[in-house]
Design a protein around this ligand. Sequence first.
Ligand SMILES: O=C(O)CCC(=O)C(=O)O
Length: 251
Amino acid sequence: MFSQKQCDQFSSQGFVIDRKLASSGVCQAMLKVVRRSIHPPLAPVEFETDVQYPGAPSDRLSPGGDTPRRLLHAYTRGSVFRKWATTKAITSRVKQLLFTKDIAVSQNHHNCIMTKHPGFSSATLWHQDIRFWLFDRPDLISVWLALGTEYADNGGLKLIPGSHLQALDRGRFDAAFFLRQDLPENQTLIDSAVAAELSQGDVLFFHSDTFHAAGRNNTTQVKTSVVFTYHDCNNQPLVGTRSARYPDIRC
Ligand SMILES: O=C(O)CCC(=O)C(=O)O
């Protein structure tokens, strides 16, 4: 369980890191599945070219065009992922952060293995994960497990502490709901970001309203992380949206 201090940190900062929540054995078992799923990439996969974020190859035929960004549907890629997503070490913490006894893990969107490859990875601009979701309330928690070391230079996440509490006007975002970088008031916010430095087995819990971003992987090693998103069962995805496409798993 989280300590009161960790819960308070999540409330005020919008994120909290718990170190070494996943054992080396679990991480190795996941990495084994990932290695078998990359060459060739096993569907369903989101390629770097699909997102067209800064630095992504322009099309599938250009160099690096077949670089996977996300191995989708992690939950169904192996029992090690299902066990992880529903393990009490995670679900009890998410319940604490959401103040509920009844949660579900989504099988939609952030149910994936993030792979960030040297050479052809892209940068993710400043955003809130809620841009991907449509729920009764914007109150979801993403749980990010590092399967290796993560830091700014290999494309690790940066987060803006307390940004989940700020209500920004629509004009501060671009059409795709990324923070506009041409506005001085956004730059001030971005300047307050911190890097989430993670080691294998560390877990970052962050609120769907917390602004975060990540750079390209400038190293020679692939960076691999697993991410699942949870919500209170009283907070449901809107019918007919992609947030409701696949059934949630109660846990
Ligand atoms: O790894 C990245 O580039 C960022 C991923 C991210 O922010 C997301 O999937 O919401």
